[in-house]
Design a protein around this ligand. Structure first.
Ligand code: NAD
Length: 347
């Protein structure tokens, strides 16, 4: 199958990179976004420059524009639903907006798919936050990092769900809806419980997109706060690997429909925050005094995905190692310093 794809939240970080991937692979791409995230205008200009308008863009809101969704979802073969409120902190400050965007917005996309004459494939970007703080798991505290004592391969999909924070609840509810629309209505849906994704075109802020945020702040001298003791471990997945996975899942939809998968860099691509800062200093000469603050609500001490299920079914594994991905992101930030500086000044 190679045809028309709709990407909601398409002007955001994952959306714009995924759009570029699908355009390069010969798909007709439509982006839908309400442009609420800062930097989306820059992303759209970048995509136009790179791909000379081989895509169309619709400004719409997944909460309110049901008619637009009905029309657009029905005329595409696949939908990647990325539009979302994306930060835990913002969800705590405004849980209603988080609820409406993430639950109602996803429900609206699913309803559009259900009403379509031929329902498209629907991929949903869920999150590892649906597993909560993993309180029942034994966590080892090492000198510079936390580790999952009993899960050297990471957290599998059989881990008990434990929605934590309004963001965890809204993404988790949407995750359940997406899977159930496969079960009840036969819509070919797939859920990806993604961990930390990083890469170019990521205008990270303190609340979301931490790798990009730290790199931008280190390069620009923006004040930085370290929440908690810095031993929190995150796995990192470079955006190109994720976009490639989306395409493979659509092409092999018969084998993955109705499933949920944990998707991340896996045990070979993890960093604690302390390790990350040491690496920045030692390998790239970037350092800065960090302010300290208590750990934030809903912050996991450690999360690493067990990618075994997706590897077994689709043969997918991350290809880009953190050792290569971080310098690639660093180069992108360096090359785009002017644009990035203007964006961060007006925040
Ligand atoms: N980046 C990560 O590390 C990560 C990890 C796990 C899950 N995810 C999920 O992946 C998806 C994309 O994340 P991202 O990192 O690209 O974030 P992003 O903020 O860059 O992209 C989200 C896009 O959705 C748009 N949007 C927000 N509300 C909207 C609405 N009501 N209607 C239409 N568009 C709206 C924003 O303008 C933005 O362009 C989200 O669903 C997020 O929860 C991301």
């Amino acid at each position: 199958m190679k045809s028309r794809i709709l990407i909601t939240g398409g002007a955001g970080f994952i959306g714009i990179n995924t759009a570029a991937h699908f355009i390069r692979r010969g798909w007709q791409v439509t982006l839908l976004d309400n442009l609420s995230r800062k930097g989306t205008d820059i992303n759209l200009k970048w995509l136009s420059r790179e791909h000379q308008k081989h895509f169309s863009f619709i400004k719409a809101d997944v909460r309110y524009d049901q008619k637009v969704l009905d029309r657009e979802v029905a005329r595409h073969d696949a939908v990647i639903h990325l539009a979302a409120q994306v930060a835990v902190t913002t969800s705590i400050a405004d849980p209603r907006a988080d609820f409406e965007i993430n639950i109602l917005g996803t429900f609206n996309v699913l309803e559009a798919a259900r009403k379509a004459k031929t329902p498209p494939v629907v991929l949903y970007s869920s999150t590892n936050k649906v597993y909560g703080n993993l309180e029942a798991l034994k966590i080892k505290e090492q000198k510079k990092r936390y580790e999952l004592a009993a899960l050297p391969n990471g957290v599998p999909e059989s881990q008990q769900l434990d929605f934590h924070s309004p963001y965890g609840c809204s993404k988790g509810a949407a995750d359940k809806y997406v899977r159930d629309y496969a079960r009840i209505y036969g819509i070919p849906t797939v859920v990806f419980r993604q961990s930390c994704i990083y890469g170019q075109n990521q205008f990270g802020v303190e609340d979301q997109g931490w790798v990009a945020w730290f790199i931008i702040a280190l390069l620009s001298g923006h004040p930085l706060t370290l929440y908690g003791n810095g031993k929190q471990v995150r796995e990192l997945l470079y955006i190109y690997d994720l976009s490639a996975l989306y395409e493979r899942a659509i092409e092999k939809i018969a084998t993955v429909r109705g499933e949920a998968f944990n998707i991340g860099g896996g045990p070979g691509n993890t960093r604690s925050l302390l390790e990350f800062f040491s690496e920045m200093k030692e390998n790239h000469g970037l350092k800065q005094k960090l302010s300290r603050a208590p750990i934030r609500q809903g912050d996991q001490k450690v999360f690493v995905s067990d990618n075994t299920k997706i590897k077994k079914i689709l043969g997918w594994m991350p290809k880009i190692r953190v050792e290569d991905g971080i310098p690639a992101l660093l180069s992108w930030v360096n090359e785009n310093r002017g644009t990035i500086a203007s964006l961060y000044l007006v925040r």
